[in-house]
Every structure is written in structure tokens, then in C-alpha cells.
Design a protein around this ligand. Structure first.
Ligand SMILES: [Zn+2]
Length: 73
């Protein structure tokens, strides 16, 4: 299983899981479409891959506590 979690002032912590990265992407995408409509598919994939811009957001300020990348679960 693969996992990822999103922390935001608007919804607290939400955990996502998927059998593989593709299923996990679909779970995250279903959430971001509603909660973070500005995020593109490419940005969501960057977040799962642990891109530098997301790592710094996930470890500071309002998104602090989010997972810096997708992980094995
Ligand atoms: Zn979120």
C-alpha cells in the first residue's frame, strides 16, 4: 500500500491510501479537486514525488505536518 496525508487549516489531517501510486493519485485528486482546486495534476504528482517546493510547504507554516512525499504503508 502507498500512503499520503494532507494537512491544511481548512480540514486538519486527512490520510489517503492506495494499492499503488496510481490509485493513491486518484484518491488525492478526488480530495484536491474539492479542497484545493488550484492544484494541477502535475502539482499533485510533484507532491507525491516529494518535489522541493512541496517539501518546504509540507514542513512549515499552514501545511506543516503534511507528508513530504508518498510512502510505503
Ligand atoms: Zn487537503
Amino acid at each position: 500500500m502507498r500512503g499520503f496525508h494532507c494537512v491544511d487549516p481548512s480540514h486538519g489531517r486527512i490520510d489517503f491510501t492506495g494499492a499503488d501510486d496510481e490509485e493513491l493519485f486518484e484518491e488525492i485528486k478526488a480530495h484536491t479537486t474539492k479542497a484545493h482546486p488550484d492544484l494541477t495534476d502535475g502539482q499533485v504528482r510533484d507532491m507525491m514525488a516529494g518535489a522541493d517546493w512541496w517539501r518546504s510547504m509540507a514542513t512549515s507554516a499552514q501545511n506543516s505536518g503534511s507528508s513530504p512525499s508518498a510512502y510505503d504503508k
